[in-house]
Design a protein around this ligand. Structure first.
Ligand code: ADP
Ligand code: MG
Length: 251
């Protein structure tokens, strides 16, 4: 079997008396979409933050792309190839779509950049930015103000910004949030193709998207992974049904 690109081993994290992550272990394999589902407050975002490096686990180890990354900060992890989209948008709303993508591409260089007007003339950065916009289908919106984009387009732009860093794996926290049915469907199709370039650990509430996309699903309840398996295994798991999935979701 091929080695996982990401391995989380026995991660625990407490906030005061609350154990938000309770000895969590999971992995992400090449070409895979691994969905992480669970009720609000289960600790999904807390886990993603520990993998991305913005939150330190109390215990446990995280290995990615063959390296122990437990002690690395977010910048080092991003440079290593961990791409991330956030539950809350990190876009600069007053900037153009292209400027946001260029800022993302700039992050890959990891140094101060001087005047933004000069940056916007940098051919290599522009190429990377345009290429990322093209891939998510936003090339024609490049000159628009980001605040004028639809919810769905903003999500696409967030993915484009992440793509400029040429990630080798993706962490996505509720990318479908706020999208209508057609927006979710478009993004689902896009993620389906993206997995072959970079596998995705996907936190998502949209069960249609999860069951359509996920090769494996892990269910998190009160900080504990209660099951990991294929969509069929999760659908028919009695404990999962009791703890989380309502009958109506499984029709
Ligand atoms: P989810 O993303 O699954 O909805 P979170 O990871 O955001 O859940 O939160 C898990 C639990 O940890 C919740 O009870 C939340 O209130 C708590 N929590 C999250 N972040 C913090 C924090 N920085 N300080 C204290 N409690 C937190
Ligand atoms: Mg969350």
């Amino acid at each position: 079997m091929t080695d996982p690109v990401l391995q989380v081993e026995n991660i625990s994290k407490s906030f005061g008396a609350l154990k938000a992550s309770n000895e969590i272990s999971l992995d992400l394999r090449p070409g895979e979409i691994h969905a992480l589902i669970g009720p609000n407050g289960a600790g999904k975002s807390t886990l993603i933050k520990q993998i991305a490096g913005s939150l330190r686990p109390d215990e446990g180890r995280i290995t990615a792309l063959g390296r122990d990354i437990t002690g690395l900060d977010t910048v080092a992890r991003a440079r290593l190839g961990l791409g991330r989209t956030f539950q809350i948008s990190s876009l600069a709303m007053e900037f153009s779509v292209l400027q946001n993508a260029v800022l993302g591409a700039l992050g890959a260089r990891g140094r101060a950049f001087g005047l933004f007007s000069n940056v916007m003339k940098d051919k290599a950065l522009l190429h990377t930015a345009h290429e990322a916009l093209r891939r998510v289908g936003l090339e024609e919106a490049a000159q628009q103000r980001t605040s004028d984009l639809s919810h769905g387009q903003r999500r696409q732009l967030e993915v484009a910004v992440a793509l400029t860093l040429k990630p080798r794996l993706f962490l996505m926290d509720e990318p479908m949030a706020g999208l209508g049915a057609s927006g979710s469907k478009d993004l689902t199709g896009f993620l389906d193709g993206l997995r072959h370039e970079a596998p995705i650990l996907l936190v998502e509430h949209d069960m249609d998207a999860v069951f359509a996309l996920a090769d494996r699903i892990s269910v998190l309840v009160y900080g504990t992974v209660i099951a990991t398996g294929t969509a069929d295994e999760i659908r028919t798991n009695a404990e999962v049904r009791r703890a989380y999935l309502g009958e109506e979701d499984l029709a």
